[in-house]
Each structure stands twice: as structure tokens, then as C-alpha cells.
Ligand binder design. Structure first.
Ligand code: SAH
Ligand code: MG
Length: 221
């Protein structure tokens, strides 16, 4: 990755260690090579840190990154919780609003043409989504229900040979919450994905090439 772009990613506020971010960037490049013309999508934009890594890959491969977040923060980002940052509160409304910070990060990284913010609740957007993805990155709500719902509603959109990346996968419960680890195991046990890389708590999986590009369930006939 270009050193000045890497410096911008590293300076951005958020939860993405540098080595894992570079692995995401590389996975983005590889995914578009395997699934040309399809976009990347991440669940969990926060202030845009991972979007710089993935958006840079999108820019270099002439596709886009859709970055999805309601921008109101996860449970653990709320006041009184471990990952709360009081400077991300909307002082008038008394709720979190990470969207202005996200937009600033994307602008400063020169990625406005390649990173499209989807502002809304993940399952609500998934319900109307139809586009196959070259890469899906799951880093949204880490609770039991949100993580499993993201897995169920979004992974069917990963195209054959496309990439599924999952963040905050901790094999040892002492290191972190269970749900991301559980959905990572679900992906492996489904028989549809093979693991290609592990960096820190990031897992990079590839959808096996058999089968046709598919859109989920009966909603679309
Ligand atoms: N990828 C980011 C970190 C994401 S933190 C980085 O690189 O720093 C997790 C994010 O998921 C939070 O911003 C939170 O608002 C978002 N989130 C949690 N549940 C969500 C939901 N149901 N729909 C949309 N976004 C959600
Ligand atoms: Mg994370």
C-alpha cells in the first residue's frame, strides 16, 4: 500500500491494527481479481479506518466500497461502556454520531469517489440488497444477535471465489466476545468457505468456486 495512504489509515480513529488493515487491503485487491466488476461491502464503518484500507483497494481496482453503519455506535461504544469515546457524541441530541468523522476520514484519504456510505441498520439494508459482492467484511455489532444476523443475511451475497472477512475473532474467550468467533466457525462449517489467511483477530475466507453466483432465499424467487 502506498506509504502516504497507509499513514492516513493509521492516523484515522478506529479499531483496525495496521497489519490487519493491510491484510484487508490485500484481500480487497485479490477479491476483485477473482470476481471482476463486483463491489466490496463492509458492515461497521465507525470513523472510516477500515474504509481507508478497503476503499484504497477499490480505487486501485476500479470498483467501490459500500460502507454500512447506522453511525449510532454499537453497545460497547455507548456512554459507560468500554469502547466509548465522548467526543463522538452529538451534544444536542445526546446520541453518538460517527458519520461526520467517517466523511472526514474518507475525504482526507481522497476516496470520496470510491467509498459510498450506507447509513442505516444492517438487517434493514440487507433485506433490500441484491448485488453479489467480491468481498464482504463483517465488523458491525458484536453481540450474539447482531453478529449472527449479519452472517445470515449478508454472506449469501459473497460471490463464488469472493472473500468473506470477519473481524474480532478470538479463539480464547479471555481475549474477547464469542459471536465473531461463532460466525467464523459457521462459515467454515457451512462447507462454503475455506480459510485463506489469519492476521491478528482478522480471518480471511474464500467462497468455494462451485455453484453459481446466488442471491439469497425466496424473496427473489
Ligand atoms: N471497521 C471499524 C470499526 C467498526 S465498530 C474500524 O475500522 O474502525 C462497529 C460499528 O458497527 C459501529 O460504528 C456501530 O455503529 C456499527 N453497528 C453496530 N450495529 C449495527 C447495525 N445493526 N447496523 C449498522 N451498523 C451497526
Ligand atoms: Mg473490529
Amino acid at each position: 500500500m502506498d506509504p502516504s495512504q497507509l499513514a492516513r489509515a493509521e492516523a484515522a480513529r478506529g479499531f483496525m491494527p495496521g497489519d490487519e488493515g493491510i491484510a484487508l487491503y490485500e484481500a480487497g485487491l485479490e477479491a476483485v481479481g477473482a470476481v471482476p466488476g463486483r463491489p466490496l461491502l463492509e458492515i461497521g464503518s465507525y470513523c472510516g479506518k477500515s474504509a481507508v484500507y478497503l476503499g484504497t483497494a477499490a480505487r486501485e481496482r476500479d470498483t467501490v466500497l459500500f460502507s454500512l453503519d447506522h453511525h449510532r455506535g454499537s453497545e460497547e461504544n455507548q456512554p459507560g461502556w468500554e469502547h466509548h469515546d465522548p467526543t463522538l457524541m452529538d451534544p444536542e441530541l445526546g446520541v453518538m454520531d460517527t458519520l461526520p468523522f467517517f466523511r472526514r476520514t474518507v475525504h482526507e484519504a481522497g476516496l470520496e469517489g470510491w467509498v459510498v456510505a450506507l447509513v442505516g441498520d444492517s438487517p434493514t439494508v440487507a433485506r433490500y440488497w441484491t448485488t453479489p459482492l467480491a468481498l464482504l467484511f463483517i465488523d458491525g455489532g458484536h453481540g450474539e444477535q447482531p453478529a449472527h444476523r449479519d452472517y445470515e443475511m449478508w454472506t449469501p451475497f459473497v460471490a463464488p471465489s469472493g472473500i468473506l472477512a470477519v473481524h474480532d475473532v478470538f479463539p480464547d474467550p479471555a481475549d474477547g466476545g464469542r459471536p465473531p468467533h461463532e460466525i467464523y466457525l459457521r462459515a467454515i462449517e457451512s462447507g462454503n468457505f475455506e480459510e485463506v489467511r489469519e492476521v491478528g483477530s482478522l480471518r480471511i475466507l474464500r467462497r468455494l468456486a462451485h455453484g453459481s453466483e446466488h442471491v439469497p432465499d425466496a424473496r427473489f424467487g
